[in-house]
Ligand binder design. Structure first.
Ligand SMILES: [Zn+2]
Length: 273
């Protein structure tokens, strides 16, 4: 009976706080602060003082907050681009490996296989050790959305960062005006400091995310470029075969045009390197 209760407790705690290595604490801390402290402070302390003078700002602030939550929920809950598991292609590749002639030349036909998901990894995908799945166009795992950022949710993730940044700027501006009317306050001061820190971090991340989208490269590829043969020219220097120019890269990022086929990319590599 006691062990049954312990088991039930363990399940509850991992449901609430996540499992070891994939903690929900950053999500709970951040959104707990926002819901239990940030919004009540805004509604009960700032809004009554500044409503008449800044009503247009409050409407924009409210709309931007709604958008931020929509982007957050989409980025957090949707499939980021998980690849199908246990594929026939994987088992075929494993069966064929024994007949591979280039083992002795240092080539490894199993290098592109994921033995956890049992699949042949397409170009630009990666196995994520946090979600334990292979993700198409893997960018990174984000503890603040408790999900991977990949091909399907990357635009929502950028929208989330951008709206969070805008909300922080609005929040700082409202706090500043509150100080002008009401004077000093520890509660509003701490809230303003929190907004400055989150605003700075989200502005840096928005800039980085926009830069990666404009260059058509993922964070994982940029950070681990040396591990990927397709990101090097003949001299071993960084080369990005996916870069189609700013406009097309951004259209591809938000799924308004399809990515280049891997055959086309290979042809570009051969002709341009
Ligand atoms: Zn995998």
């Amino acid at each position: 009976m006691r062990s049954k209760n312990l088991h039930a407790n363990f399940k509850w705690s991992s449901w609430l706080f996540g499992r070891p290595g994939k903690s929900k604490v950053p999500v709970i801390f951040f959104y707990g602060n926002l819901l239990l402290w940030g919004y009540p402070t805004y509604f009960f302390k700032i809004l009554p003082v500044l409503y008449n003078a800044f009503w247009e700002w409050h409407i924009i602030f409210a709309l931007s907050n709604v958008l931020m939550w929509i982007f957050f929920l989409k980025a957090s809950l949707m499939d980021p681009g998980f690849l199908p598991q246990d594929t026939e292609e994987y088992h075929y590749a494993v069966r064929q490996a024994i007949n591979f002639n280039d083992w002795k030349n240092g080539k490894n036909p199993l290098g592109r296989l994921c033995h956890t998901c049992h699949l042949v990894k397409p170009l630009r995908s990666k196995h994520c050790c946090m979600t334990n799945r292979c993700v198409s166009y893997f960018d990174h795992y984000c503890p603040y959305i408790y999900n991977d950022v990949g091909q399907r949710n990357r635009a929502y993730f950028l929208g989330f960062l951008l709206t969070m940044c805008i909300n922080c700027l609005f929040g700082i501006y409202l706090c500043w005006n509150w100080f002008q009317v009401e004077g000093q306050s520890l509660l509003i001061g701490l809230g303003c400091l929190f907004l400055i820190i989150i605003g700075f971090v989200s502005a840096v991340m928005t800039g980085m995310c926009l830069y990666m989208a404009a260059m058509n490269i993922t964070t994982n590829e940029r950070v681990n470029a040396k591990r990927y043969f397709y990101l090097m020219d003949k001299t071993g220097k960084f080369y990005n075969p996916f870069d189609r120019g700013l406009r097309l890269n951004l259209l591809e990022f938000v799924h308004l045009i399809p990515p280049l086929s891997f055959d086309k990319i290979r042809r570009r590599q051969i002709s341009e390197i």
